[in-house]
Design a protein. Structure first.
Length: 574
């Protein structure tokens, strides 16, 4: 297990678990467990979180009984976590049973971020109501998953800020299942009463059985704590503390905190829907149409590979991640071309909202591409708009596609999204009718090249460069070159000098092992810390200049040059 004796102290810095995981540091501790940061000795640069749980020794008969109970609880937690799969849970990749020193180990995703408690304290024990509601809505989705598991739902029983992690994208992860239990209908009471004072429901104190509604109380207590600067809810303080709750959100929180489970929301799904409605009510409503008033379309950046395989999708997603890091609301859209794969790349089955459908599926609002009755797929500042791959008959119907996805379609879609920046990943499908319509509405095109220099000599590549040059001559349009997969070679400077134009930025080559590993873990390689940092260094100078030019010096120029698009769009809605 380790390269030293760890009896009584567990793993320490430099110890190696299972000949693979080298311990780097302790990143958290509490109760009978610690969370350790470990580096993977087989996958260079990969880091894991190792949860170390202590079952205790057996110096006396009573110690032995207590240790046996703890051991069974730890095994139950490990078994439970290893079977679960949800975007708001860490993925368990390895389990090591209790060893002779009394320790059990879980190896899971290392989440780059901070606990909700750390975020709360860092913000001066203040959190905006919208931020609290967004966290709670994610937890409702997770609780709905846990509470509807079959044959036995799981009740967590201990929602509290220190048990929740926030990653760089704003996603919440529930990281501790030490108090969770499977709900068995018909029981009068829990075998063991567990929970944290201030967050536990009344039934956890008076001997009744906890059920899914127990977690709803915990959710309400968590929201109350975050919204009142760290106060714990007590029914006797209702008149004084309720005034601190935001208007419109107070009834929702107080309903979750009802002493009787029957008076709370019936399910996490129902509570989540109430939160969704409240959040929607907080969104600024579109101003009423004023005759002659101009609407300025967003910046539409089409990212395409100059030839197949150059890496358009990788570059588009890198740009999206950097926009998110800068706090710029944006959308990433994929035209409905053959081989559309963004939904699969983003692991939509796991990560998309329940019941999510792509923007180009049937039953869309006629002419807009957006269904107003369904939840958007958002992640932090990013709105995802993957396409459903067209059926073979649709792929063959070129004329129908050109008519359905012309520039008018894309302008209406831009209007419906209300995001200042839209990134369109066109791949290498420049000739597709839907892409042609999209390019007519684009303000910027980023074309991607890679070190395969001979592909610049292909007839199709030369033709594409001529067309891009023609496109860029129209007022208000800009053409950028990104050099992708730059190798670690002294000769790479020679390659860059031979490109059609000086590259706006140069993206580093990413090892295939990292890309494969990210896919196995169900995430994008861009979210691995080392890769994210290298991409940030590569793109940030260009991105900052581009955002600054569009926000300041280019604002008046953009407004006048794009006025024609706005006028055309308004005419479609009159």
């Amino acid at each position: 297990m380790s390269n030293r004796d760890v009896t009584g102290s567990g793993l320490g810095r430099g110890d190696i678990l299972a000949d693979r995981y080298r311990i780097v540091s302790v990143i958290g501790s509490g109760g009978m467990s610690r969370v350790l940061l470990a580096e993977d000795m087989k996958l260079e640069g990969k880091r894991w979180a190792v949860k170390e749980m202590y079952a205790g020794g057996a110096r006396t008969e009573r110690d032995g009984a207590d240790a046996a109970l703890r051991r069974s609880m730890l095994l139950a937690e490990a078994e439970m976590m290893s079977r679960l799969s949800h975007p708001n849970l860490p993925d368990i990749v390895d389990v090591f049973p209790v060893n002779r020193e009394g320790y059990l180990y879980l190896v899971m995703d290392y989440i780059e971020g901070e606990t909700l408690l750390e975020r709360f304290e860092r913000q001066g024990r203040r959190m905006a109501a919208e931020q609290v509601a967004e966290v709670a809505q994610q937890l409702c989705e997770l609780l709905d998953y846990l509470h509807t598991l079959r044959p036995e739902p799981i009740v967590h029983r201990d929602l509290k800020p220190s048990n929740l992690m926030l990653d760089a994208g704003g996603r919440v992860r529930l990281i501790d299942f030490g108090t969770a239990r499977r709900y068995k209908a018909g029981r009068d009471a829990d075998t063991v009463a567990l929970g944290t004072v201030g967050f536990a429901a009344p039934e956890q104190y008076d001997g009744r059985q906890s059920d899914p509604r127990t977690d709803l109380y915990g959710l309400g207590a968590l929201m109350y704590y975050l919204l009142t600067g760290g106060a714990y809810y007590a029914a006797g303080q209702l008149s004084r503390e309720a005034a601190a709750l935001p208007e419109g959100l107070a009834p929702l929180v107080l309903r979750l905190l009802r002493a009787s489970p029957e008076e709370r929301y019936a399910s996490a799904r129902e509570a989540g829907e109430a939160l969704r409605r409240w959040l929607a009510s907080r969104q600024p409503q579109p101003a009423a149409a004023v005759p002659g008033a101009a609407w300025t379309p967003p910046l539409l950046v089409a990212v395409g590979a100059l030839y197949p395989g150059a890496g358009a999708t990788f570059a588009a997603l890198a740009l999206a991640r950097l926009l998110h890091d800068h706090g710029v609301p944006h959308a990433v859209i994929e035209p409905p071309t053959a081989g559309a794969e963004l939904a699969a790349l983003l692991f939509a089955v796991k990560n998309a909202p329940p019941g999510y459908r792509c923007y180009n599926t049937p039953a869309a609002v006629p002419g807009s591409g957006i269904r107003q009755d369904e939840r958007a797929w958002t992640e932090g500042h990013t709105l995802w708009l993957p396409a459903e791959e067209p059926a073979p008959r649709q792929q063959a119907a070129t004329g129908e596609t050109a008519e359905a996805f012309g520039s008018a379609y894309w302008l209406k879609l831009l209007h419906a999204m209300r995001r200042p920046v839209l990134i369109a990943d066109v791949g290498a499908a420049w000739e597709h009718p839907a892409v042609a319509g999209l390019l007519e509405a684009a303000t910027d095109i980023v074309y991607i090249v890679d070190p395969q220099l001979h592909k610049l000599e292909l007839v199709a590549t030369r033709h594409r460069l001529r067309e891009l040059g023609e496109w860029s001559r129209a007022p208000g349009r800009r053409l950028h070159c990104f050099a992708n997969k730059r190798p670690r070679s002294a000769q790479s400077a020679v390659w860059l000098q031979l490109l059609p134009q000086p590259p706006a930025c140069t993206l580093p080559a990413v090892e295939a092992a990292f890309i494969a590993e990210a896919g196995w873990a169900g995430r994008l390689p861009h979210d691995m810390p080392a890769i994210r940092q290298s991409l940030r260094q590569a793109i940030q100078p260009w991105l900052k200049a581009w955002l600054r030019d569009n926000a300041v010096s280019g604002a008046k120029k953009q407004r006048s040059e794009r006025q024609g698009l706005a006028t055309k769009l308004r005419s479609m809605f009159q």
